[in-house]
Design a protein around this ligand. Sequence first.
Ligand SMILES: O=C(O)CCC(=O)C(=O)O
Ligand SMILES: [Mn+2]
Length: 217
Amino acid sequence: MRLRPGYLDRPAQEALVAAVSELIAQAPLFTPRMPKSGQPFSVRMTNCGPLGWVSDQTGYRYQTHHPVTGTPWPPMPAILLAAWADLAGYPHPPEACLVNVYTPDARMGLHQDRDESDFAAPVVSLSLGQTCRFRVGGTARRDPTRSFRLASGDALVLGGDARLAFHGVDRIICGTSTLLPDGGRINLTLRRGESAGMTQRPARQRPFSTPDDEVTL
Ligand SMILES: O=C(O)CCC(=O)C(=O)O
Ligand SMILES: [Mn+2]
C-alpha cells in the first residue's frame, strides 16, 4: 500500500472537483443498497468510464449503464487517466472510476474490493474535501487494523500484498478543508473491472507531486 500525501495540488483538486460536478450532471448520484437486506449505504455514488460499480439487493457488480437513468457512464476525465498512468504501475488503463460522495455523517464499513477480475491491477484512490479517518487491516476480516488520515489531494494505492486488504472509512473530520463548498468528502477509486484490452491513451499533463513524497505503509 502506498500513500502519496498531497499528490494533487490545489489547482488540480479544483479541476477534479469541476470534472466531478460535470460527471454528476450527466450521471446523477444514486444511493447504493446492501445485497439481500437492501439497507441503503450512507454514501452516494456515481461512476465514469466504460464500467461502473453498483450495489443493490441482487448484489455487487460492474455494469456499463447507470442503474437509474439507464445511460452509459460518462467518459473518464483525462486527469484521472493521467493519475492512473502515473501511479498504478499497470499496463492497461482503468475501466471504472467509482465516485463516493460523503456527507459529514457518512462512513464506509470495513470491506475488500474484490469484484474485479484481475487483482494484479491495483485500486488507486484520490481524496477531495474533508479529511477522513481511513482504516486498513489485513486480508482476513479478523486481522488487526490501523488507521490514518486521508486528506484532500492524497493518493492511496491499494496494490500488491495490500490489494485485498480490508479497509473502510471510520468518519469524516469536519473543518479540515475548504475545497468543497458544501463540506463533505469525495473519494474516487480507479479500478480495472471485468474485461481487458482497452486502447485509450492517458493524457500527458501531470500537475502532480513527485514520488519523493511517497510513503510505503
Ligand atoms: O472513501 C474511501 O476512501 C474508500 C472508498 C472505498 O473503499 C470504495 O469505494 O471501495
Ligand atoms: Mn473499497
